[in-house]
Design a protein around this ligand. Structure first.
Ligand code: ARG
Length: 293
């Protein structure tokens, strides 16, 4: 009887976890797992149970096993998390994520290397072994969890609306009839699509911002910290938040499904960096550094 109840609770928890992604609710599933009763399914347990033995077996020859390099994929178009600069923490790459990647590698006696690619290519690159991990301000979503395993979250963000200073948009309801711009493949695009509004998608954040500055679009939906950076870089822009429309999102590092060995190393390192304040310090450092430019 007791066992049956537990089983039912577990099944319910699993069912809740597989619900499809709703607008901007990147963390919807982690909420439901934490509200589960005595079966409390944690994130990492879930991820382990999701990988099949076959997948785990095929992981053994992951790139990090045979050399001392940890190859992180990113899309360095996302300040303050990753951007290209003359001398970054890893080659020409700098930002909060790059500093985290470097430290994860160093903690494990390895050297971090960056492969810069399109954001939409990152999960494929993980699957085909081109990279060991993806660190790109990547929001955990149910859809992505089908393609990769995620580390513990290291940063909480939300989508915001960037507009010209004279705009009358005060909440997401006012998006009706406005020309909306998003970045291809970002969670902001998913939000706007789920809300049912037409939109135009750009390859880069800076491209969408240019359209906004030039009056060709009315509003850009983008992650909070990156939006702050663009607003401080460009005269005449402002940010409007609407927490009722845009739920919080959690950034995490993705690894190939079933690569628990690497995931454990990453989680241990992130855990330590969260506990000793390193990540908070990096956040402060890179947001100040970027707005002082
Ligand atoms: N957080 C958003 C997402 O996961 C945007 C991430 C974009 N990151 C980047 N490095 N370009 O979809």
């Amino acid at each position: 009887m007791k066992k049956a109840t537990k089983m039912a609770a577990l099944m319910l928890a699993l069912a809740m976890m597989t619900t499809t992604l709703t607008a901007c609710s990147g963390n919807a599933d982690s909420n439901s797992s934490s509200t589960t009763t005595d079966t409390t399914v944690t994130n990492s347990q879930t991820q382990e149970s999701e990988s099949t033995p076959a997948e785990t077996g095929a992981q053994e020859a992951a790139p990090e096993a045979d050399d001392n390099t940890l190859t992180f994929g990113t899309n360095a178009e996302f300040p303050p998390f990753e951007f290209v600069t003359s001398s970054g923490v890893i080659d020409q790459y700098d930002g909060i994520d790059m500093a985290i990647a470097k430290q994860i590698a160093e903690t494990n006696g390895m050297t971090a290397e960056i492969e810069n690619m399109e954001f939409a290519s990152l999960l494929v690159a993980l699957q085909n072994g081109q990279i060991d991990a993806a660190i790109a301000g990547m929001t955990i979503t149910d859809e992505r969890k089908e393609e990769a395993d995620f580390s513990i979250p290291y940063y909480t963000a939300t989508q915001v609306m960037i507009m010209r200073e004279d705009s009358d948009i005060a909440s997401a309801n006012d998006l009706e009839g406005k020309k909306i711009c998003v970045i291809e493949g970002y969670t902001g695009e998913v939000c706007v699509r789920d809300m049912g509004y037409p939109y135009e998608a750009f390859k880069k954040g800076t491209d969408a911002i240019m359209e906004l500055v030039n009056g060709k679009c009315d509003v850009v939906i983008l992650d909070s910290a990156t939006s702050q950076k663009y607003v401080s870089d460009n005269e005449g822009l402002k940010i409007v938040e609407d927490p009722s429309a845009f739920e919080s999102e959690e950034y995490a590092i993705a690894v190939k499904k079933g690569n628990t060995e690497l995931l454990d190393k990453i989680n241990t390192a992130i855990d330590a960096m969260l506990a000793d304040g390193t990540i908070a310090e990096l956040g402060a450092k890179y947001t100040e550094e970027l707005s002082a430019e």
